[in-house]
Design a protein around this ligand. Structure first.
Ligand code: IMP
Ligand code: MG
Length: 173
């Protein structure tokens, strides 16, 4: 197998600073609940919230749509739900990557029923070529080609989340 660097640590840091500055302005004086979608978004979310100088509440949701494979199963399972009551609050969902869009569409529908004041989406990565469920990503890091990526929280069969950059994974040919 081989890993090629697609987005360096420095590029990630610069872009996340830009997104955080925008979030800080947009939510100034508002009650913001940041929802980190586990597992993949844990690194992005940790870096993002540390650059937002507002008082925020962070909670976690865990959903799984992938097995130990690079192809989506098409099913979404909620493994961990929010503890916080989001009624009347401004919610920002933080995801690692939007691929087909199934995960965020499903979570958005579920949380929308809990009467939040607003829900917006932040995703570090987006693969337009694979999109099946159209979504407006309010805070997007990077659009990428249809490649299987790892690192910076993203995994292949549970591995490579610790890499500080986004890399392209390929099996040996
Ligand atoms: P979606 O539901 O098809 O949009 O898939 C989103 C989820 O699939 C993400 O939260 C990731 O966990 C996973 N995923 C999609 N593409 C990749 C990839 O290139 N690398 C690692 N995980 C991926
Ligand atoms: Mg994910």
């Amino acid at each position: 197998m081989a890993i090629d660097v697609l987005i360096s640590e420095e590029k990630l840091d610069n872009r996340i600073t830009e997104l955080a500055n925008k979030i800080e302005l947009d939510y100034e004086g508002k009650d913001l609940v940041v929802v980190c979608i586990l597992n993949g978004a844990f690194v992005f979310c940790a870096d993002l919230v540390r650059k937002v100088n507002n008082s925020i509440y962070v909670d976690f949701m865990k959903a799984s749509s992938y097995g130990d494979s690079t192809v989506s199963s098409g099913n979404l399972k909620i493994d961990l739900d929010l503890k916080v009551d989001i009624e009347g609050k401004h919610v920002l969902l933080v995801e690692d990557i939007v691929d087909t869009g199934l995960t965020l569409t499903n979570i958005l529908n579920r949380l929308g029923k809990r009467k939040p004041a607003s829900i917006k989406l932040a995703s570090l990565l987006y693969k337009p070529a694979r999109n099946e469920f159209p979504l407006d990503i309010d805070y997007l890091g990077f659009s990428i080609d249809d490649l299987f990526v790892i690192g910076y929280g993203l995994d292949y069969a549970g591995k490579f989340r610790e890499l500080p950059y986004i890399g392209v994974y390929s099996e040996d040919s």
